[in-house]
Design a protein around this ligand. Structure first.
Ligand code: ADE
Length: 253
């Protein structure tokens, strides 16, 4: 067993990527919080080169779409072999959530991120060209995930975003476990403003209450500030927050 295999077996949370560009990884995921977690063995990252599962002499991974049209579609036979390889490699009790980054997918949000962090790991199938043959998506029950309403040139960038958001929530990755509880979206609100030294910068001072040392007043200011910012910028989030608060109040009454 190689060193990489044993790291992947021991890690709490495993990420397997199927990609035509394994050299893109770990890239940004090798730095900062995600990189530290990777080095500590809290999560593991294995990249599998899709091209190595091609069998013809040109190592073709794509073909023109049936029915005509522009672009190329990734071949189901090649993708199937790559996916089967990853499934067969897993230790008996590791069930990887199967994701396919795609602009047609369910929009990634903090709830989905939290759920993924509580599972055993992911297999992310990165598409290029016009994407995957639909039979592969259905046969392997891949969940399509979008990171936003725009089109990337491939799934790798989206996979990096998905992994970055998930691994920072794994126990031991962040210094203080509570530190993400106030993050934007965890509470349903965008985060309050932040200020630091120097106290006077270009004649501008932070809000007085933050210098008061009065923890209750500071917490109250931050909460009100978060409400104001969310109201201003995201009417969808504030509506959902108010509705949830209303429901909780009804539960109590
Ligand atoms: N692939 C191309 N565009 C994408 C997007 N917006 N989200 C996820 N994967 C993608």
């Amino acid at each position: 067993m190689s060193a990489a295999d044993s790291a992947s077996e021991k890690a709490l949370w495993a990420a397997h990527l199927l990609t035509l560009f394994p050299e893109m990884f770990p890239g940004p995921l090798g730095h900062s919080l995600a990189g530290r977690g990777l080095k500590k063995g809290i999560w593991s990252l294995d990249c599998h080169n899709i091209r190595s599962f091609a069998t013809d002499k040109h190592a073709n991974v794509d073909a023109p779409p049936f029915g005509g049209g522009h672009g190329m579609v990734m071949r189901p036979d090649v993708m199937g072999r790559a996916i089967e390889h990853v499934i067969a490699q897993q230790p008996p009790k590791r069930n990887l959530t199967r994701l396919y980054p795609s602009p047609r997918g369910k929009l990634l949000d903090q709830k989905m991120v939290r759920e993924l962090s509580q599972q055993e790991g992911v297999m992310i199938v990165c598409g290029r060209y016009e994407g995957l043959d639909q039979r592969v998506i259905e046969h392997y029950q891949l969940t399509e995930v979008s990171i936003g309403d725009y089109v990337l040139s491939g799934g790798e960038q989206a996979a990096m975003v998905i992994l970055d958001t998930v691994v920072r929530l794994l126990p031991g990755v962040m210094g203080k476990q509570e530190s993400h509880l106030e993050d934007s979206f965890e509470s349903g609100l965008l985060e309050h403003h932040h200020y630091t030294q120097p106290r006077d910068w270009q004649g501008l001072e932070p809000p007085e209450v933050l210098l008061s040392g009065h923890h209750q007043n500071i917490a109250k200011w931050r909460h009100e500030n978060a409400i104001e910012i969310t109201t201003d910028r995201r009417s969808d989030l504030i509506a959902a927050y108010m509705a949830k608060k209303h429901l909780k109040k009804e539960d109590k009454d």
